[in-house]
Design a protein around this ligand. Structure first.
Ligand SMILES: Nc1nc2c(ncn2[C@@H]2O[C@H](COP(=O)(O)OP(=O)(O)O)[C@@H](O)[C@H]2O)c(=O)[nH]1
Ligand SMILES: [Mg+2]
Length: 170
């Protein structure tokens, strides 16, 4: 699937369970990223979304961070409309949970290109190879969103794959 050359914008939606590091990842790429939190009535947790922008290969990449909690499925559905690709953030110290696994199956079934980021690789016990194995051999990029390790290269590799070779001519 190649993105239209004339459209120099890409919409990438960032998925992942609560606490995987989606907000940290987007903040790392765009220090001016917007983080929106809404406290739910009678709920101890917050709904949080992120919005960031990065310029790569003469394209503007719009990053939408989705709320991780299961009950916000409807928010993810809305944010997912018209996406060019998806990034799935996994806490590599915790492994792949069922929702994340199902999400990857769904993305694959829809033919939506996605990259898996094994986050928190600065921590002891992080197991990016285990994440890849749990996701049936998916390509996994080990990163540390907190330290910034491999964050931009991982995004560049993914975006390069989304763009046609012509789009990459400077
Ligand atoms: N050690 C470490 N902690 C991280 C990393 N990325 C995120 N965190 C921490 O993990 C927690 C959850 O991160 P957050 O970005 O809010 O997760 P989100 O719920 O997916 O948006 C926060 O306390 C972060 O500081 C990382 O690469 N390494
Ligand atoms: Mg968040």
């Amino acid at each position: 699937m190649y993105v239209q050359m004339e459209d120099r914008r890409l919409k990438i939606v960032v998925f992942g369970t609560h606490g995987a590091g989606k907000s940290t990842f987007i903040q790392c790429l765009d220090p001016g990223a917007r983080h929106i939190e809404a406290l739910e009535a009678d709920e101890p947790t917050t709904v949080s979304m992120d919005f960031g922008r990065v310029h790569l290969f003469r394209h503007t990449i719009y990053l939408f961070g989705t709320p991780g909690q299961e009950r916000f499925e409807f928010v993810r559905t809305i944010l997912s409309r018209g996406m060019d690709g998806a990034i799935v953030v996994v806490d590599a110290t915790a492994g792949v949970d069922e929702n994340t696994y199902n999400l990857c199956v769904w993305l694959k079934g829809k033919g939506i290109p996605f990259a898996v980021l094994a986050n928190k690789c600065d921590c002891q016990g992080a197991n990016p190879a285990g994440v890849a194995a749990e996701l049936d051999g998916a390509t996994v990029h080990p990163i540390s969103a907190q330290k910034g390790t491999n964050v931009l290269p991982a995004l560049e590799t993914f975006v390069r794959g989304l763009l046609s070779p012509e789009a990459l001519i400077p």
